[in-house]
Design a protein around this ligand. Sequence first.
Ligand SMILES: CC(C)(COP(=O)(O)OP(=O)(O)OC[C@H]1O[C@@H](n2cnc3c(N)ncnc32)[C@H](O)[C@@H]1OP(=O)(O)O)[C@@H](O)C(=O)NCCC(=O)NCCS
Length: 194
Amino acid sequence: MDVKVDISNVALETSRTYLRPFKEEDIYDLFEYCSVPGVGEAAGWKHHEDMAKTKIILDMFIKEKNVLAVVWKENSKVIGSVGFHNSWAVQDKNFECLKTTEIGYALSKEYWGRGIMTEVVKRAMDYVFEFTDIDALVVGHIWSNDRSRRVIEKCGFTRYKKGVYYSKELDQEFDDINYYMTRKFYVQEILKKR
Ligand SMILES: CC(C)(COP(=O)(O)OP(=O)(O)OC[C@H]1O[C@@H](n2cnc3c(N)ncnc32)[C@H](O)[C@@H]1OP(=O)(O)O)[C@@H](O)C(=O)NCCC(=O)NCCS
């Protein structure tokens, strides 16, 4: 079953970023990176063609209280997001008795390839295992999204199965790959080996 993760009072830090709830004034930074073709499309959503779309998404992040802004320390800009969403695991019989949430993320194209999202996902993973009672954290990526695959592998998730994901926005079906990390694995393999 999906666990609702409430990030409203969360303030996290990594060596290069701060993670904190989105604010209305983030709309310009959010539009800047979400309007670049290829960022959303890699994750199954259409890049934002106007700020009205960004406003809808930002309002949703603020209302749902499940997505953190990634703030680049050097310039205080919002350069990405990391959030906790309803997961594919609720429809899987091996996971239906477990409390789960699915981590999702996106980063401004200008910042790709510098290990930033791996740093962010590891911190978000620590947070969710420490402060919620989830049994497993799950994640997935569209088959062709090798960058996201590498983030997932570097964070230590276990590959589980191939699936199919339909994006309503793009009106397209994608093969995707699902991964999981149990609390036991996180404690025994991830925390202990740091
Ligand atoms: C996926 C995403 C968050 C990765 O962020 P990032 O900060 O660039 O990730 P990292 O730098 O930590 O790792 C990227 C890895 O991809 C690798 N990579 C870069 N370009 C690549 C390419 N063309 N093909 C394959 N791998 C590539 C990098 O070498 C790195 O792996 P390595 O450490 O083994 O060398 C970012 O690309 C993004 O926002 N994409 C669009 C949205 C998205 O896909 N979200 C995820 C949805 S599941």
